[in-house]
Design a protein around this ligand. Structure first.
Ligand SMILES: [Zn+2]
Length: 337
């Protein structure tokens, strides 16, 4: 439970009565919750942004249906929850474009999430867990791969034969973006922050892995490693100088998609490059229910592999947050009640 913003020690474990499902909701007994950088932002607080405290964090939930009035989801069904809720009946929701729903809310950010024993969510936002995945694996293929899928397919419209740069490629979004771009027939160049991440990211399908030293300049590091780099698409969650480097090495009609700014939110953009080369800079957040179903289908067929870095007991949530913030993680950190 987050009662006030602060360091990982402000996360407290409390005893609360199990939540009671409202009409249309199912209750899930949680077996695993994967963390995202979002969790650490919610915990720290963001200046000028309001979070509804007290709040249970955690967006990526896998578990077992524990109470349900939906005949399609009987008690005992192994499920995952979509990392968001939406109204389900507005024009955007009916068109399968939930991200545009006025009621769109992220679990663990706007409403209570999964760092708990139980959660209640609308049955419309509960999907069956792929049988080939463990609970920690299933929790690891939700928010981040959904974000990567939306960035690559819906926003950048990746095509076979294109060259895609994925920054922070060992992270949650990055490790999914590498796999999804390779599955789409693209040539993938991965940028990682340390030599220890090289082998893991290669194994996900990257054609080349470029290691960016801690104080290295991303633009010259890419140039030194690749000659004269020219990307059709850049998938960036880092911001700052990495964003600038990606933009600098886009080819004509190239698209840079951003979903995060972990290193800084105010990069410099040379507008002359932008208009001369007809470049596009696209923002992206999360994705829709149909996109999540597509991600789960890729995981069920074994094409998209969950990348789990560590599984810890829920009581060690502060340690899990520190692990994520140390940036030495490959894939997801998962907690289990
Ligand atoms: Zn809606």
């Amino acid at each position: 439970m987050i009662r006030r913003h602060g360091n990982p020690d402000t996360l407290t474990i409390t005893q609360e009565p199990a939540p009671v499902p409202q009409p249309g909701q199912v209750r899930i007994r949680i077996r695993a919750t994967a963390l995202n950088h979002l969790d650490t932002w919610v915990r720290r607080g963001v200046p000028g942004h309001h979070f509804p405290l007290p709040l249970i964090p955690g967006s990526d939930i896998a578990g077992i249906v524990d109470a349900s009035d939906d005949p399609g989801l009987p008690v005992g069904t192994e499920v995952v929850a979509a990392p968001f809720v939406s109204c389900g009946h507005c024009e955007a929701c009916r068109a399968g474009n939930d991200v545009a729903c006025p009621a769109y809310a992220i679990l663990g950010e706007h409403v209570n999430g999964g760092c708990a024993e139980f959660v209640c969510v609308p049955s419309t936002h509960v999907l069956r867990k792929p049988a080939n995945l463990t609970f920690p694996e299933a929790a690891s293929i939700l928010l981040a791969p959904l974000t990567a899928f939306h960035m690559l397919h819906t926003r950048a419209r990746v095509a076979r034969g294109e060259t895609v740069l994925v920054t922070a490629a060992a992270g949650g979004v990055g490790s999914a973006a590498v796999q999804l771009a390779a599955l789409a027939g693209a040539r993938v160049i991965a940028l990682v922050g340390s030599e220890t991440k090289r082998a893991a990211v290669s194994a996900l399908g990257a054609s080349e892995v470029v290691v960016l030293p801690r104080d290295g300049d991303p633009s010259s590091v890419l140039k030194d490693a690749l000659g004269k780099p020219a990307f059709d698409i850049v998938i960036d969650s880092v911001g700052d100088r990495t964003f600038e480097a990606g933009l600098r090495h886009l080819k004509r009609f190239g698209r840079l998609v951003t979903c995060g700014a972990t290193a800084g939110a105010a990069p410099t953009i040379d507008l002359r490059r932008l208009f001369f080369l007809s470049l596009s800079v696209l923002g992206s957040t999360m994705g829709s229910l149909p996109e999540l179903a597509a991600v789960l289908a890729l995981a069920a067929s074994g094409d998209l592999k969950p990348v789990v870095h560590a599984v810890l007991p829920l009581a060690e949530l502060p340690t899990a947050h520190r692990l994520l913030e140390a940036r030495e993680v490959i894939g997801k950190v998962v907690v289990q009640p």
